[in-house]
Design a protein around this ligand. Structure first.
Ligand code: F6R
Ligand code: ZN
Length: 193
C-alpha cells in the first residue's frame, strides 16, 4: 500500500467516496437475533432479505498510527416498530475512539459502555459526533424516506468486536410508538451473570 498522501471526494448526492477499497452490504439476515420483534423479523425475512445498510471503506494498514475512514449508509425502514440499524460493536481495542460526521438524513447513535452507561445522540446533516474510547456504537436511521449517511474515522488498530453485542444486545432500542420516536429499555438485554 502506498504511503503517499492521497485525496478522495464525497460527491453529492449519495456521498459514495470517489475512491474506496471495500463495499460492505448488510442485509436483514446478517442481523439475526438483533431486532426486538422476532416475529416481525421472520415475516419480513421470509418475503425478502432486505438490504439494511452499506459501508464504503477506505483501507489503510490496521495498525496504530493509521486512520481508517469511510461512509456508512443506513437505509430507511422498520422491522415491526424498530428502525433499521447497524449491527453495532465495541472496538476490539476498547480504548479507541471514533469520529462521525453526518452528511444526510435523520437518525441516532445508540451507545453504551461495558459498565452500563448509555447515551443516545441525534444525527443530522452537519453534526459531528465524537464516540469516546470504550463506547459501543450503533447507527439508527429514523427518517421515513432518506438514507442516514455518515462519514467515519477511527484508529487503524481499533478492530471490531461484534460478538458482545450479538450475544447481549444493546441496552436501549429506538422504536416508533404512536407516530413518535421512542427510546425504550431493551427487555431482551442480557446482563452478565
Ligand atoms: C467503524 C464503525 C463504522 C461501522 C459502520 C457499520 O468502527 O463504527 O464504520 O462499521 O457504521 O456498522 P457495523 O460495523 O456495526 O456493522
Ligand atoms: Zn466503530
Amino acid at each position: 500500500m502506498s504511503n503517499q498522501p492521497f485525496t478522495f471526494t464525497l460527491p453529492f448526492p449519495g456521498y459514495k467516496p470517489s475512491h474506496f477499497d471495500h463495499h460492505i452490504v448488510r442485509r436483514l439476515s446478517d442481523l439475526q437475533g438483533q431486532f426486538f420483534n422476532q416475529q416481525a423479523y421472520d415475516a419480513m425475512l421470509s418475503r425478502e432479505d432486505t438490504v439494511l445498510y452499506e459501508v464504503y471503506e477506505v483501507k489503510r494498514p490496521e495498525i496504530e498510527g493509521e486512520l481508517l475512514s469511510g461512509i456508512s449508509i443506513v437505509h430507511p425502514g422498520k422491522v415491526g416498530d424498530e428502525f433499521f440499524m447497524t449491527k453495532g460493536h465495541f472496538h476490539t481495542v476498547l480504548d479507541t475512539a471514533e469520529l462521525y460526521y453526518c452528511l444526510n438524513g435523520e437518525g441516532f447513535m445508540v451507545m453504551e459502555t461495558p459498565e452500563g452507561d448509555t447515551a443516545i445522540e441525534a444525527l443530522a446533516p452537519g453534526k459531528v459526533l465524537y464516540v469516546p474510547p470504550r463506547w459501543a456504537h450503533r447507527s439508527v436511521c429514523t427518517s421515513r424516506q432518506e438514507d442516514l449517511i455518515t462519514f467515519f474515522i477511527y484508529p487503524g488498530n481499533a478492530g471490531h468486536n461484534y460478538g458482545t453485542i450479538e450475544e447481549k444486545g444493546f441496552r436501549k432500542l429506538v422504536l416508533e410508538q404512536d407516530g413518535a420516536i421512542a427510546f425504550v429499555d431493551n427487555p431482551n438485554f442480557k446482563e452478565d451473570k
